[in-house]
Design a protein around this ligand. Structure first.
Ligand code: LLP
Length: 421
């Protein structure tokens, strides 16, 4: 559920007309709903009620510091994968002991800064990383709390580019070698083993792969405890999918997921951490764009928008579907027609949808891409020297620009010309 609904024939973000924001900030832009962000966070938080837990929002999905502060004020921790994300979380006011550091290639410098700034735990992904962590922690005269990310060799049944839990993926250590690696960790100075971490992929629309993975984690918890390790915390990753296509069956809800966690792991008495990103932010955001031209091709009509693949890359990169709706509500009797919906960038990959049924649209009309709050703005670029588009946050009847559109000068002046030129 989200808070982007038609009212009196015009699309609203909570109580603000989307066209009003467009008039104020220009198009294209991203707009996020506070109420939707909070609702999704609370769904997870409540789904784990009764278990000691922390929902650590995977901020790679949307790392604007206003979004982070909104969630942090509701009690969310953060899952970060770079020191840049760590510093953003700090800038948003998140305390170090609410920040979990994941990622397959943490550098010594990143580890040092996180240890100095305060961290809840590192999710270690390899033996060489563990050695570096041990060394840096000793140099600083401190102890690093760690979990080790295990790769359970489970097929997440999602897009190949976002599956992470099969043995051929680069993530974690093979679960079959877990005992060996935990015993190595126990022997290294500067480390305190506190638990296990697992994350099998993103946009999962079925609970079965989670169940397979969590049952393996439950078994491993018992084994490692019997080996003498302290396993008090289980980080279960993120990955629960969202409905991108409103006409399709909806994936399982956080409530179902929470029940699964309790059923598979509840008896172990561990603190549970989860790292949802997409489900919290995805349907809390729209990308709004304007039709520049309607062009009649030989066998189809094109809607040429002012938004492009550099602003929202998911369709080009993963063949992802985003519902695209007219900001002015189509009259009930209107006849829809197929359009290829494209951006202005000079490559055919800059296509958002082919043969998409839309009400008839003309130049100047606004359209909104739904489910664009996660992996939208964060994956954007300035390809074709198109400035990054602004982000806007709505709360009830208020809205604020939370990242402004850079000027062309700002964009160009980041380049410098060497002396010899
Ligand atoms: N934890 C870890 C260790 C992760 O790698 C990820 C996502 C998450 C949590 C959050 O997963 P979520 O709840 O958002 O599914 N750019 C792609 C998605 C990449 C996901 C990468 N890792 C897309 O646009 O679909």
């Amino acid at each position: 559920m989200d808070h982007f609904l038609y009212r009196d024939g015009v699309l609203h973000a909570e109580d603000v007309a989307v066209a009003e924001i467009a008039a104020a900030v220009g198009t294209p832009f991203y707009v996020y709903s506070t109420a939707t962000l909070l609702r999704h966070f609370k769904l997870f938080d409540e789904a784990l009620a009764g278990m000691d837990h922390m929902v650590c929002y995977a901020m790679k999905a949307n790392s604007n510091i206003a979004v982070l502060r909104t969630l942090a004020q509701a009690g969310a921790g953060m899952d970060v994968v770079s020191i840049g994300e760590y510093l953003r979380a700090k800038a948003a006011g998140v305390p170090g002991d609410h920040i979990v550091f994941s990622g397959v290639g943490k550098t010594a410098d990143e580890i040092r800064m996180a240890l100095q700034g305060g961290i809840r735990q590192f999710n270690v992904e390899s033996e060489p990383e563990m050695m570096v962590l041990s060394k840096v922690a000793q140099e600083l005269g401190t102890t690093a709390p760690i979990t080790i990310r295990v790769n359970p060799d489970v097929d997440a049944k999602t897009h190949a580019k976002i599956a992470t839990g099969k043995s051929e993926n680069k993530f974690g250590i093979p679960i079959a070698r877990a005992r060996e690696v935990y015993s190595m960790a126990a022997g290294l100075p500067g480390l305190e083993v506190i638990g296990i971490d697992v994350h099998i992929g993103s946009q999962l629309t079925d609970l079965a792969p989670f169940e397979q993975a969590y049952l393996k984690v439950a078994e491993l918890t018992e084994t490692l405890r019997a080996d003498g390790h302290t396993i008090n915390r289980l980080d279960l990753g993120g990955g629960l999918g969202i409905p991108y296509q409103h006409s399709n069956a909806a994936p399982p809800l956080p409530t179902d997921y929470g029940a699964l966690v309790k059923r598979t792991l509840g008896h172990l008495g561990c603190e549970i951490e989860i790292e949802p990103g997409r489900l919290i932010a995805g349907n809390a955001g729209l990308m709004v764009s304007k039709v520049i031209y309607v062009k009649s091709g030989e066998d189809r009509d094109f809607l040429i928008l002012d938004g492009a693949m550099n602003d929202l890359i998911r369709p080009a990169m993963y063949d992802a579907h985003h519902d695209i709706i007219a900001v002015n509500e189509p009259a009930p009797a209107i006849e829809y027609q197929p359009y290829d919906i494209v951006g202005p960038i000079c490559e055919s990959g800059d296509t958002f949808a082919k043969g998409r049924m839309m009400p008839p649209l003309v130049a100047g009309d606004l359209v909104a891409f739904r489910s664009a709050g996660a992996y939208g703005a964060v994956m954007s670029s300035e390809y074709n020297s198109r400035p990054l588009i602004p982000e806007v946050l709505v709360k009830d009847d208020q809205f604020a620009v939370i990242r402004s559109r850079p000027t062309f000068d700002e964009m160009i002046n980041r380049d410098t010309i060497p002396e010899w030129l």
